[in-house]
Structures are given as C-alpha cells and as structure tokens.
Design a binder for this molecule. Sequence first.
Ligand code: C5P
Length: 275
Amino acid sequence: MQSFFSPAKLNLFLRVLGKRVDGYHELASLFQAVDLGDHLEFCFSLADRFTCSDQTLLNPDNLVLKALTLFRRKTGFIKPVHIHLKKKIPMQSGLGGGSSNAATTLFALNSLHGFPFAEKQLSTWSQELGSDVPFFFSHGTAYCTGRGEQVRDLPKPPAFECLIVKPNDGLSTPKVFAALDLRELEPRDPEKSLQQFYQNNLICFNDLEKPALAVLPSLMAFKNTLIDQGYSHVQMTGSGSAFFCLGRGKKVEITNHFRQKVNSLNRSENKWYCN
Ligand code: C5P
C-alpha cells in the first residue's frame, strides 16, 4: 500500500485576460499549494476497486478514475489497482480538490510501477484532465497562464499561514465563468503583480469574485462577515466559494461552514507533497 497526500491550492491572485475561441478563458494566476488535503492510498489488487470516505464521489466522473483511465491509455499498464480516497477538501470550493486528486493519482500510479515516466511527461498528460491539474506537478508555487495549464514554477515564497473558510453553498466553475462580464474587469498587469508579490508586497485579487457573487448573492454577506473580523486580506480562491483570510482576525462566528487554518506547502523534485 502506498499513501499520498493530495493538497488543496489557493489562487493568491487570478486575472482573466479574455475569452478564447475554444470557449476557455485566458488566465494569469499565482497558485500556491497548502497543507489542507485529501489522502489517497494505492495498491495492486486482483480486480479494480475504488473506495472513498464520501460515497457520493463513487462515480465515473471522479477525476481519480479519469486519471487512472488516462494513465492506462498513455502507458498500456493495465494491472488492477485498489484506490482509496479519504476526502477532506470541500467540493465546489475553488480549492482544486478534484484536480489535485487527478495529479496525485498520476504520480502515485507512476510510483507504483517503479517511476518509468518523468514528472514532465505526467504533467503534459495531465492537461487532458483539467486546466488546474498540471499546477500540482510544480513544486507548490507557480504562475499559471493559458487556460491555467501553462505552469511556470516559482521559488518558494516565505511560508505563510491563513484561514480557509467556505460557506455550505458551493459554486460550479462553468457557471461562474459564464457569469463573467469581461468589460467589468480592471486592466491589471499580472506580470507586475507577480513582481510585486516577490518584492514582499502581498497582492491579492480575483477576477472571478464578481461573477461568483452574481451566481451566489449570499456570498457578499459571508465575505463581509469575514472582513469584519479584522483580517488584512479576505479573498475568494479560484471560482469559489471558499475564501482565504490573511493577517490576524477575531474568531469567525459563522455557523454551517467549513473552516481550517492552513500553511503554504511546497515539495522537492520527484517527491510528492507531504503534510
Ligand atoms: O479545465 P476544466 O475542465 O477544469 O474547466 C471546467 C470549466 O471551467 C470549463 O468547461 C470552462 O467552462 C471553465 N473554464 C474556463 N476557462 C479556464 C478554465 C476553465 O472558461 N481557463
């Protein structure tokens, strides 16, 4: 049995640059892995089995199963496996749980077979599973462009702690992108934001926050409650509905929500993330 940690991600900033002819949006975003994550266990088995702590995830749309199918198609390796997923990352949160599970599955299957393929190869294959999947093959901090799949690995920034808070209601990524009005976006230069970030000026913005608020109006009151706690930055990650709060705040007094303190997480070459 081999066990792997499957981390969540934050978009420290996320800029949407335009809509492409293939229907995707051109993005520029600073991604950071964090130590909130799921756990995945893998072993060879007599027959394929997929088990999960959350029964609602036992369906063929699960990105773990899609990653298994992709790995088999690319490699021709078809030995049956048992995969168990222990879920902790909330769904429809913008924390990249499904994408992380997919990347972790590719890394783990390669490990189970004795590492026949380079990480670069796995990362290239992983683009077929979703725009956010290749990020997880970075070392934990990356500037991602294109539809999100063009990954520029970056030096690890100073470690930071933040609070992740997610309301019970989740958000669908395609719905949030569909609600986006490109004319309303501020024309910020993301490369400048990146430079500022590495000059120790924490810069946070997310062009998907406005359309997310349009899809789920209750998110505004939720965000305001967090701002009232005194955090220096309160910002949605990805297409939501989770927020991350930086700085010091009073205890969040909201019921029915997910909340967890997290730290940034990085990894070294050929080793997967460990929390
Ligand atoms: O790539 P992924 O399958 O995760 O994308 C899910 C959906 O999110 C896409 O079908 C698209 O509607 C939207 N999306 C987008 N632009 C991106 C990434 C995702 O419009 N860069």
